[in-house]
Design a protein around this ligand. Structure first.
Ligand SMILES: [Zn+2]
Length: 472
């Protein structure tokens, strides 16, 4: 679970760097997902399927079967030139050879009478996948691409983006976002021979092993559904938590998108979610190090100031002053420049040796938290670092911060703040909202629509015609 969560968090951070471009799109049955490629291509693979395999080749997303084998375990190895060979694991007998110069060698597990036959692929580790594999001989080994039905792919993706134990309506909203994302990025890695990769660069995917009991219904119940703005596929971006309001995309990535505007996020329980409220310290030395490492040579950092905030409360312009000059960062850079201290763009800065009032903390069940002075009244002080103060609820001894040199970033929300808040979606689902209400709330002016591939539409038409004839 910890692993799932950490991957999910990296994903949030990665998505933040994507651009929000809308392009023409198509519904597809199958996706090509890169599993082993680039420097990760392996010299050979062992495949296992208890029903045996169909062997042939892949023409894009379409499998063309040439021979079949009831051998349950086999190896894929390199042959002469761009040839790949399929060998029986035990005897070493060659079952099939294929020149992968134009098309990849295709391997699909044979169907079984009941249920779906899945394939195990052993390279670095053994992993189970739905669908088939497309192998290609490359200079440093053999690339392996999983050719998998769109919804089968989403089963493996969804639990890595949202906890499968969350309410179903929130998971259904997430499933639609993941489908939209997959379709909007079709062919993103075309030059490498696949649509999407299996890392957080696209969407984290590790096949069947990451599926959970809660993964299926959200995908099945939204099958073929996509979120549209007019006729455009919505760039359904999201992040973990967002505080009171989501952010207008123009304040994060620059360009305006009609459905990515600031909306209320009132169902998110920000104070009680992971990293919903945060406070981080950054020393001047560390700030200087970061600026230098990113190529901003402004000498030793002396001050960091938020110059401007958006209506929703996120930093729009951040000034960093140094002994040799200053830099101004805008929009998303206000979050990413000091990423280790700022989990979102929604923060205030204190400390830095320039505070005109002490920062006071309460020491409670949630640990050390800063309290703004307009909510407390200082009754007395003990030395320089302790204050007695009273808030509207309690009188307590508060630990006052030294007027130190460190910068203190206090903020809320985790991630870029655009589109759907995942914790907000959870809160809405718990309050009884349905997934379409959640989606159309966070993506303003959008609607859901079910789409079929051309092939499915043709099949439907034929069935209709046949029905019509039957009636006569
Ligand atoms: Zn990718």
């Amino acid at each position: 679970m910890k692993k799932i969560l950490s991957i999910f968090l990296i994903l949030i951070l990665m998505i933040s760097t994507c651009s929000v471009a809308v392009s023409a799109w198509e519904m597809v049955d199958f996706m090509r997902i890169g599993i082993y490629y680039g420097t990760n291509a392996r010299a050979e693979y062992t495949l296992t399927s208890e029903t045996g395999f169909d062997l042939g080749y892949y023409d894009g997303r379409e499998f063309i079967s040439e021979v079949e084998t009831y051998d349950t375990q086999m190896r894929i190895v390199k042959g002469a030139g761009s040839y790949l060979s399929v060998l029986n694991l035990g005897t070493g007998e060659t079952l099939y050879s294929f020149d992968t110069v134009n098309y990849g060698l295709g391997v699909v597990p044979k169907e079984k009478d009941s249920g779906e036959q899945m394939m195990k692929i052993t390279a670095k580790a053994t992993t189970t996948y739905r669908g088939g594999f497309d192998f290609k001989s490359v200079s440093n080994g053999i690339t392996a691409v999983n050719v998998v039905e769109l919804d089968d792919y989403l089963y493996g993706v969804i639990s890595r983006e949202m906890s499968p134990s969350w309410p179903k309506e929130a998971l259904k909203a997430q499933a639609v976002c993941a489908r939209n994302f997959a379709l909007s990025k079709l062919g993103r890695h075309k030059d490498s021979g696949f649509d999407l990769c299996n890392t957080v660069c696209c969407q984290a995917y590790s096949g069947v092993d990451y599926e959970a009991a809660g993964s299926y219904a959200p995908v099945d119940e939204t099958s073929k559904e996509v979120l549209l703005y007019e006729d455009e596929l919505v760039q359904a971006v999201y992040s973990s938590s967002m505080g009171e309001c989501t952010e207008d995309v123009k304040n994060v990535w620059g360009s305006k998108v009609p459905y990515l505007v600031s909306v209320s996020n009132e169902y998110e329980d920000t104070a009680n979610v992971n990293n919903g409220i945060w406070e981080n310290t950054l020393s001047k030395a560390r700030a200087t190090e970061i600026m230098n490492s990113k190529g901003y040579n402004i000498g030793t950092v002396t001050d960091i100031t938020a110059l401007e905030y958006s209506e929703a409360g996120r930093v729009l312009r951040l000034e960093v002053k140094g002994t040799k000059g200053s830099e101004i960062f805008t929009k998303e850079r206000c979050r990413t420049i000091f990423a280790e201290a700022t989990l979102s763009q929604m923060y205030t800065i204190s400390g830095g040796g320039k505070v005109s009032y002490p920062v006071v903390y309460t020491l409670g069940a949630k640990g050390k938290q800063s309290v703004s002075l307009d909510k407390v009244y200082v009754l007395g002080a003990e030395g320089e670092t302790s204050f007695y103060a009273v808030s509207d609820k309690t009188t307590q001894k508060l630990e006052g911060a030294t007027m130190g040199d460190d910068f203190i970033f206090s903020g809320q929300g985790w991630g870029h703040g655009v589109g759907m808040s995942q914790y907000g979606a959870k809160g809405m689902a718990e309050a009884g909202f349905t997934y379409d209400e959640i989606l159309t709330h966070y993506y303003d002016g959008t609607h859901l629509e079910r789409f079929y591939t051309e092939e499915e539409e043709t099949t439907d038409e034929i069935e209709e015609v046949t029905d019509g004839l039957g009636d006569e």
